[in-house]
Design a protein around this ligand. Sequence first.
Ligand code: CA
Length: 555
Amino acid sequence: MLIKLFILSLACYIGESKNRNVLLIIADDAGFETEVYNNSVVHTPNLRALAQRSLVFSNAFTSVSSCSPSRSAILTGLPQHQNGMYGLHQGVHHFNSFDGVQSLPLLLGEANIHTGKSQSDLFIFELSNTHKNYFYVIFFSLIATGIIGKKHVGPGSVYPFDYAYTEENNSVLQVGRNITRIKLLVRKFFKTHKDEAFERRQKKEENKGDRDSIKDEERPFFLYVAFHDTHRCGHSQPQYGAFCEKFGNGEMGMGRIPDWTPEYYKPEQVKVPPFVPDTPTARADLAAQYTTVSRLDQGIGLVLQELRDAGYENDTLVIYSSDNGIPFPNGRTNLYHSGIAEPMLVSSPENRERWGDTSQAFVSLLDITPTILDWFSIPYPSYSLPGSPTDPVHLTGRSLLPALVKEPSSRHTVYGSQSLHEVTMYYPIRSVHQGAYHLLHNLHYRMPFPIDQDLYVSPTFQDLLNRTRLSQPTHWFKSLQQYYYRERWELYDTRSDPLETRNLASDPSLSAVLESLRQSLQKWQWETGDPWVCGPDYVLEAKLEPHCRPLYNGL
Ligand SMILES: [Ca+2]
């Protein structure tokens, strides 16, 4: 009888949620290998279906081309130099955001406090014993937060989630690549969410006896599904192939992911991005990546089906993007276009006007936090951080919600900021991309550009190294020497030169453009409390009135 009642109550919830929810799906190192961005080879029907319900951004960029820094920027709206996550979080790299950072999960989790809506989310019940009544006050955050997959940020106090299945308490392969497990974890999140609402409704009925006051006990939710696909895996689990494309494919020793139908591609089929060497080795590498894309795409399909089955599809803002460029030379860890351009789909059930459209607006992953706060109508709090202790932090990103209604006319600029990837990879770069022009400032340009361990052992990079060493044709658009040693200022006209091969920084006809971009970049650096704002030829004296003092070091 009780079970029947429970099922009946749950059934009542399905389809009647009145909340606004968010599902944020972030892929790992994924790029434009999808039908959504006109790759006609790789088969991604689930992303294509999501795109039909989304505004598709063709000029979306990460502010930093490295995992943890990018994930921290996604979850805080602050660039890495401002939130403190200068490099990778795990192992010896050991980077963390500043303790005082007000991240998205923190703001959503404490939304009752910040919005003053505590009355909607606090209930009191009393238990009597023989002597006196005890009053228990139970606080629930206004918005339930969940993470499934790769977290890769810290400290835990800055990035708290109510429901967490990540590499911190599970195998990252299981929670980030096993799409059946991910599906079941999403299902469990929704069930836990509904069960909690059911319990709250019951408690209110028991303790208040006022049926009219029982409205919607279900909290809104923010669910962050962070796939580990399509990251490489030759560095960490080489037994599963260069992209873990064999993990769970059913072959001997690979295990089997029941919901995954692997799709295989021949090296001669793949579309080689123009910044990747066109060699048999790189093609085989890309074919493996495509197989992993099929797992990501099918995983996204499963997650969206769970959302639909739980009755949330028409109440949930869905955002899909990736954290950084694809793990090929000139991609991840670079602020070149190939390292920062990201897929970005935003699907709002409330704004269907532009479903299936493409936006040319320049948008940033720094816009994700303001977008989600806007969706939940939560204001950004006033506080300061170590980079600018006397100035309150403000978000330089902007909500994407207005773009879902009308193509914006004022989005032409995005900024980039990279400091490290691995702890040994110090190579600070700042950049601004405005309309056709992309300006990069390589602060320590006299050092060789560093290479991460994961890329180093990749088939494509090993092939490039060997061909260079043996003086064979590399079939790459630049030499390794050019890749390692860069000019201090790089200015590209990305419309006439999308591959960014002709540095126009010393072109006298563009001196006004260069100066204007330098000023914009520096203004953003000051606004975001960038400790690198004066480098490499000046020193930031930050006390009292922060300003740059000259070093006379000849730069
Ligand atoms: Ca990544």
